[in-house]
Design a protein around this ligand. Sequence first.
Ligand code: BGC
Ligand code: NOJ
Length: 809
Amino acid sequence: MRFGHFDDKNREYVIETPKTPYPWINYLGSERFFGLISHQAGGYCFYRDARLRRILRFRYNNVPADSGGRYFYVREADGDVWSPSYMPVKSELEAFECRHGLGYTRITGKRRGLSVELLAFVPHGVDAEVHQVTLRNESASPREVRLFSFLEFCLWNAHDDQTNFQRNLSTGEVEIDGSTIYHKHEYRERRNHFAFYHVNQPIAGFDSDRESFIGLYNGFHEPDVVRAGKSKNSVASGWSPIASHSVDVKLAPGESKTLVFVLGYVENPKEEKWEKPGVVNKRRAKELIAQFSTPEQVNAAFEKLRAQWSGLLSSYRLSSSDEKLNRMVNVWNPYQCMVTFNMSRSASYFESGIGRGMGFRDSNQDLLGFVHLVPERARERIIDIASTQFPDGSAYHQYQPLTKRGNNDVGSGFNDDPLWLILGTAAYIKETGDYGILDEQVPFDNDENNKASLFEHLKRSFYHVTQNLGPHGLPLIGRADWNDCLNLNCFSETPDESYQTTGNRVGRTAESIFIAGMFVHIGPEYATLAEKRGLTDEAKKARELVKQMSDTVLEHGWDGEWYLRAYDFFGHKVGSKENEDGQIFIEPQGYCSMAGIGLESGHVKKALDSVKARLDTKYGIVLQQPAYKEYHLELGEISSYPPGYKENAGIFCHNNPWIIIAETLLGRGDQAFEYYKKIAPAYLEEISDVHRTEPYVYSQMIAGKDAVRHGEAKNSWLTGTAAWNFVAVSQHLLGVKPEWDGLSVRPCIGKDIADFTIERRCRGATYRIHVKNQGRGGKVALKVNGKAVAGHLVQYAPAGSTVEVECEA
Ligand code: BGC
Ligand code: NOJ
């Protein structure tokens, strides 16, 4: 069952009913000011850091779901009250539509012939959300309505806001100035920032105190003020500051009117905080407001946003006969990559924005799907991430975006982390040719007195693995590797201990075959970089270590039909046919296969056949089988989940693309594409009632076959699935991949996709690639500008040039 449709031309998903199976959200902003907005106008916004600079309050896991947001109440002359976004009033609407586009959302509701549209976006370079509200009288009689706006401020620190009521209920302060409500909580003390909500009209009244506006025992759907039809002009003092305007609108039949609301954030220099004692200096706010005082200004900013996205997306453009594939590749997957790059795993409808900083592992992987969009920002990110690395090559697992410092609460010890830095950096250099980044002087643990080149950081990442090997010569797992829930040194019997940070045993025995696979896959990138720097001996040494690791995997990491997962604290196998549950795991099958460990000897084929036979389901590939039925002290969090959810045999979408990529290595394009279609959201649109999360973005997890709710997804938006599936589809299925010395063109997508064209911009040149596809399993014949070339590499062309590539595949 569908709840909307894709509008490909406008690059929008159009939701046709407020009653979706879950709030379906979108993101506003891509630089400093970010908003999350649901199809019912729910959500919140923040400046740079979702925890420390939260502007709107949001109550997670609330009843009803998705309450709190940017609300508008229409009050008709006869007392009828409704909201164009359906929530919060929930009066039935004649028509409802929500268009989530790239960086904006347009929600339209209609009741008794009056249509009200809300367009919300964050204009480029501006620290504000613009809410443009257009009322259209489509009925035959004149209308007089009073429109009430409403939003509720968070007292900045979102964690403190939800926990420290003894203080916070006494500190809220506001100022009212004409049609602008200023939120200046803590401005008198250490804060130099404030927020405001403005409308470009004279107002009939305002409210800034929540209790006065709503009534203590009422819900958002029945504010006292709206029911009475008259603002109370309340001035908040402590308690919960809000911003609400009331505006009178008269409309002749056929007439429409547009109002512009601006929700802005301003920082004042310390010495310019006050206009006079106790009065906020509003100069910067007024300047911001002046940029959006007319609908013309708003439209110009909106067109700029649209044009900006057209520019970004033109770096990879597919035109094929499969419209679902086109919309994933051209629009929604890169869009989600931008969002994951910006947010890491901080703020979504499943991540509260107060729990986690940016992940070291996460951010490096997010780069893989983002680097072609804005390479300069990827560069900056790499330096930020590397600056949190420890001198011994290990890494803080997370860091805070506002301070860019490593997070001590979580600490380090996730032994896969260091290698991802090599992968992220390699992807950046392949995309840009900017080898200069390797010479950047980058601190360790943010210590300016201890710096080394980025190349030296990568070197330490590489050797962190070989300096931490266990009894079988395989990498020690530490607290966990990619699978945060395989905690082999944790042994937790005490509720409330964190599986991720508790190590009750100090062991140098538990080993990870997954990290071994990573080392063999990513190690050669390090070796190549060493070579490019003329360090021939270093490169040779690195390649030998990689070869050795590959041999070790075949000797100690192979279970007969598939790669083992790990050795536990006691040296027992994990992910083996000898185990009762958890006999086969997806991660090492993906990573060791992508690394090509035992490719010639048939190990890869066997491993992937085992994946197909044991892990594949109709909704995607599950993480392991059989699911753990009991809690295993020696395995940790993985066995804490009910069978079929999360890491305990859920379809953890992040690792499906590893199998897809590995299948293309074997030349099995049909199989690879089939796996792709099972989890790519556009292909799941028809089963939205089962899948439940947004049909335009990936979710982290879809419940596995052991789960009660097989096929139901959770944790949409912020997942490494976005980046990895973009890599899988753009570089392996469609087969266009920047390599060190040229653009590799080697599609392997099976026979179902007939001929297709890709336009790829890389290093300033444009490549127009026409593929005649017969599904030859990655075997290609290329012509570059009319001339046949051997192999699959197209030499990089000078910036500004266009290269025509004919490819038979
Ligand atoms: C989740 C993981 C997550 C980890 C760290 C666990 O509870 O299952 O997916 O990575 O927490 O936040
Ligand atoms: C979520 C984390 O963000 C990701 O890094 C991790 O690998 C998965 N959990 C698997 O546990």
